[in-house]
Design a protein around this ligand. Structure first.
Ligand code: UT7
Length: 311
């Protein structure tokens, strides 16, 4: 078996929403600036919730939808850069909350906003070589923990949330690519123990990089699959900025509808943005069996990755 199949999805976001107007009361910004530059209207920000609780809620919803025997889950993989603890991993804590068998491999992966896409191929490899039938892949972020709410150039851009997919190996067409170039100057956040552990970013540089590599990522999986954009039903980009996605869709001469967007309601939830989008698409009944979609993401590292999946 070479491919993977999404059996079920789930998502969880904090109860509290923070609008652009809310932010404009604490930093020098405006709803107009944020909407026109990014497409964001609101974001969810944790109060009681944490990266672990969001991850567990999203995964719990996916399991409920799937209705499978939990004993058949062999892998819990969480893509995150904002874990509750340095250790244990979010994945181990999710395993306990969901009362999964101890016969699971549970670990986190750190590839920033590309984490979910890196995780897809990791899960595929595990499913192809292991004994268990299912893998739970979760993207969960509490970006508000690493956001400097006095820095208007970053604090308006991010939100908290989690998305989860339950995966199973199958024979469907699946093409995956991933890259990394080691840039640690343009987009970074210092780690544990650093008093200035907040997101630092040269937004303009990231924008240019994003437009270039999203196109390259899509082209690479299309080429390998021997398909063209006409064969693709939806493109699900990492939701960082509506204008980035618009730039890419224009390059393909495609109508905007093929490029799913939900950034208005969530802002940039990093590794969670693509699984949250997939769950919304399932709930909006946009995805039908046999459809082909491309997911593509980019982020700190720089990392970037794309996957062509069959629904
Ligand atoms: O997951 C990946 C992470 N990040 C990204 O994908 C981000 C990619 N980049 C972007 O989305 C855009 O570059 C931003 C939204 C971050 C910025 O948009 P921009 O059109 O590139 O704006 P800019 O940085 O060139 O700033 C334009 C102006 C500046 O003022 P001056 O120098 O022209 O007077 C900024 O100081 O806008 C100012 N500005 C703001 N004004 C109001 C920056 N942030 C704000 C703000 N509110 N929140």
């Amino acid at each position: 078996m070479q491919g993977i199949h999404i059996v079920a999805t789930g998502k969880a976001v904090p109860a509290r929403t923070v609008t652009n107007d809310d932010l404009s009361r604490t930093v020098d910004t405006s709803d107009e600036w944020i909407r026109t530059r990014t497409g964001i209207r609101q974001r969810h920000i944790c109060e009681e919730e944490t990266c672990v609780s969001l991850a567990a809620d999203a995964a719990g919803e996916a399991l409920l939808q799937a209705g499978i025997d939990k004993e058949q889950i062999g892998y819990v993989v969480v893509a995150t850069t904002t874990p509750d603890y340095a250790f244990p991993s979010v994945a181990c804590m999710v395993q306990k909350k969901l009362e999964l068998s101890s016969e699971v491999m549970a670990f986190d992966i750190s590839a920033a906003c590309s984490g979910f896409l890196y995780g897809l191929n990791i899960c595929r490899s595990l499913l192809m070589t292991g004994k268990k039938k299912y893998a739970l892949l979760i993207g969960s972020e509490q970006m508000s923990r690493i956001t400097d709410f006095t820095d208007r150039s970053t604090c308006v851009l991010f939100g908290d949330g989690a998305g989860a997919v339950l995966l199973e190996a199958d024979d469907s067409l699946f093409v995956h690519r991933a890259w990394s170039d080691g840039n640690s100057e343009v987009l970074f956040c210092k780690g544990v123990g650093n008093p200035d552990a907040f997101i630092k970013m040269d937004g303009g540089q990231v924008f240019k990089f994003a437009v270039k590599v999203i196109k390259e990522g899509i082209d690479a999986v299309l080429l390998e699959a021997g398909l063209t954009m006409e064969d693709i039903d939806y493109v699900v980009c990492h939701q960082a900025n509506e204008r980035i996605i618009d730039h890419v869709s224009k390059k393909y001469g495609e109508n905007k509808e093929k490029f799913f967007m939900n950034i208005a309601g969530y802002a940039n939830t990093s590794a969670a943005s693509i699984p949250i989008a997939l769950d919304e698409m399932v709930k909006e009944q946009k995805l039908e069996k046999g459809m082909k979609i491309i997911c593509v993401g980019f982020g700190a590292g720089f990392t970037w990755s794309s996957a062509l999946l069959t629904i």
